[in-house]
Design a protein around this ligand. Structure first.
Ligand code: TEU
Ligand code: CA
Length: 549
């Protein structure tokens, strides 16, 4: 059970909305989303009675970039790519967002820069360059790179630079050379970048690929194993999750100390002991939040969810706070992933219930609130090198990056030109205008869930408590909080199976009370009313929320 302490940080009760700048709203007809476009859509997110009512936006990278990795290859950390607008547009976005009570979270790519960044151009110019050791350079042997390390996006992690005859390290694309974080000059420069954006008023950072920040610089070979793709044909023992990453994050935490409301949320897709939670640090001296992708990668199965939720919830140390995320710009959308062998819409509705009732900060990926599906793209539509490399064997990332469908006008109101990626096929039925009109839509459900979450101390601050004694294919838990005067509890029941269930919970079940009031169901037909643990029913793939009395 959680006790409420004075003023928890803003992200404990916030809903974060991820905007992929390429795809949210185009304002000038070039088919690419931009900052003036985002500004023109802020009312959709907050500030009017019809708004979603989210609390923060996380913007995938806006920095000048040759866009080999669609902005995750940065050429200049203190500017805005001209495709998206200008620094003035960014300041206007921040001001307009803040005026509505929306915080702004920047994406920060610390592990690597673009090979077009002036630092790398200087570094590669000569072995004696003053910036040579800003990146990792090493000699190979005869025809072999310094180690067998594989790049995340395929091929070797080393590329030989003809000009100086040495290899440089890149954990992702060859156009993304890794920065040498053992060099204090790199740290100073990057922490200068952090201050630059904090001084401009941003409220936090989403830190990219943090578990790559340290390497074993004696370059030992990674142990081999069997797999199809080169990246998985080795155990990533020496190229990821090294102590240096933790040292860097501790220093970063100190560097933002003078900006007390700054949220640091990190992406660590690591499979090391301790999992991503290792990046909260000891005594939570590293990150405030660390993404845990175990649920995102899981099949839609109650027993798997039950185990993973408990594991990841309990792994978060005191002082840390879990982000909850099912979709982002790197994965097929969860309506498609979870929906494979059931009804995708019903499952996405049940997943939405989970997103807003688990302990943590919900992260909504643009379009998810509409029930937007992956785009069905042809080979010639693809833009992302990683998607192209493994197509058609892997679905890749472009299908989840299609433009936001706003209405039924040409190109769904996203652009007056030709969209950079085709719209998802369902845009005429699945768009914002339709979602606003229909009380049974996914959008209406997201709005209700956000409203209920914000009005409930149990849901924003309560502990996560599993309930046992229910059927194996149903997930049952409650959230509970103790205030000075009373206890509040909210129960959640989700039927993962495709058949209806009638449930009688045994008297031994760990429940605060055995009766309550049905607050919300993911089935638009079901009406609210009394609820009893002695006997209640759940339709196929239905989820419900009950206020325990
Ligand atoms: O992703 C890091 C990461 O772990 C990727 O391997 C991810 O799993 C991959 O995209 C497979 O789907 C971050 C960003 O989120 C991603 O968009 C970038 O391409 C990557 O870092 C490099 O900056
Ligand atoms: Ca544009």
């Amino acid at each position: 059970m959680s006790l409420i302490h004075a003023a928890p940080p803003w992200w404990h009760s916030a809903v974060v909305y991820q905007i992929y700048p390429w795809s949210f709203q185009d304002s000038n007809g070039d088919g690419i989303g931009d900052l003036p476009g985002i500004i023109s859509r802020l009312d959709y997110l907050k500030g009017t009675p019809d708004s979603l009512d989210i609390d923060a936006i996380w913007l995938s990278p806006l920095y000048p970039s040759p866009m080999h990795d669609f902005g995750y290859d940065v050429m200049d950390y203190c500017a805005i790519d001209s495709r998206f607008g200008t620094l003035e547009d960014f300041d206007r976005l921040t001001a307009e967002a803040h005026r509505r009570g929306i915080r702004v979270v920047m994406d920060l790519v610390l592990n690597h820069t673009s090979d077009q960044h002036p630092w790398f151009i200087e570094s590669r110019s000569s072995r004696r360059s003053e910036k040579r050791d800003w990146y990792y350079w090493a000699d190979g042997t005869a025809h072999h790179p310094p180690s067998n390390w594989a790049a995340r996006f395929g091929g070797s992690a080393w590329t030989k630079d003809k000009h100086t005859g040495q290899y440089y390290l890149h954990s992702f694309l060859p156009e993304q050379p890794d920065l040498n974080w053992t060099n204090p000059a790199v740290r100073d420069a990057m922490f200068g970048v952090v201050r630059f954006w904090l001084e401009r008023g941003v409220d936090g950072f989403r830190l990219d690929a943090i578990n790559w920040l340290g390497k074993d610089t004696s370059w030992p070979d990674n142990p081999r194993r069997l797999a199809w793709r080169s990246y998985y044909r080795q155990v990533h023992r020496y190229d990821r999750d090294q102590p240096q990453a933790h040292e860097t994050l501790r220093a970063l935490r100190v560097a933002v100390k003078n900006y007390p409301d700054t949220m640091l949320v990190g992406e660590a897709s690591s499979d090391t002991p301790g999992g991503p939670a290792a990046f909260y640090g000891s005594g939570t001296n590293e990150l405030h939040e660390v993404f845990d992708f175990r649920l995102l990668r899981s099949p839609w199965q109650a027993d798997v969810f039950r185990r993973l939720i408990l594991e990841s919830d309990r792994a978060v140390p005191g002082g840390g706070w879990p982000p909850i995320v099912f979709s982002n710009h790197d994965q097929s959308r969860h309506i498609d992933r979870y929906g494979k062998d059931g009804d995708p819409v019903r499952r996405a509705r049940a997943a939405a219930l989970l997103l807003f009732t688990l302990r943590g900060t919900p992260f909504v990926y643009y379009g998810e609130e509409l029930g937007l599906r992956d785009g069905r793209l042809r080979r010639s539509d693809l833009r992302d090198p990683y998607t192209i490399r493994y197509w058609p064997w892997k679905k890749g990332r472009d299908p989840a990056r299609t433009p936001m469908p706003w209405d039924t006008s040409p190109h769904a109101g996203f652009t007056t030109g030709t969209p950079w990626l085709p719209l998802s096929a369902d845009w005429r039925r699945t768009n914002v205008v339709q979602g606003q009109r229909d009380t049974g839509s996914m959008l209406s459900l997201y709005k209700r869930l956000i409203r209920v979450k914000k009005g409930s101390r149990a849901l924003t601050a309560g502990s996560y408590e599993p309930i046992d004694g229910g059927p194996n294919d149903c997930l049952l838990f409650h959230r509970r909080v103790q205030t000075d005067t009373h206890q509040e509890a909210m129960l959640v029941a989700i039927n993962f199976s495709t058949h209806a269930q009638t449930i009688s919970l045994p008297t031994s079940a760990s429940l605060p009370q055995r009766s309550g009031r049905l607050v919300l169901s993911t089935d638009p037909q079901r009406s609210e009313g009394r609820w009893s643990a002695d006997r209640f029913s759940l339709g196929p793939e239905e989820g419900m929320m009950v206020e325990i009395e």
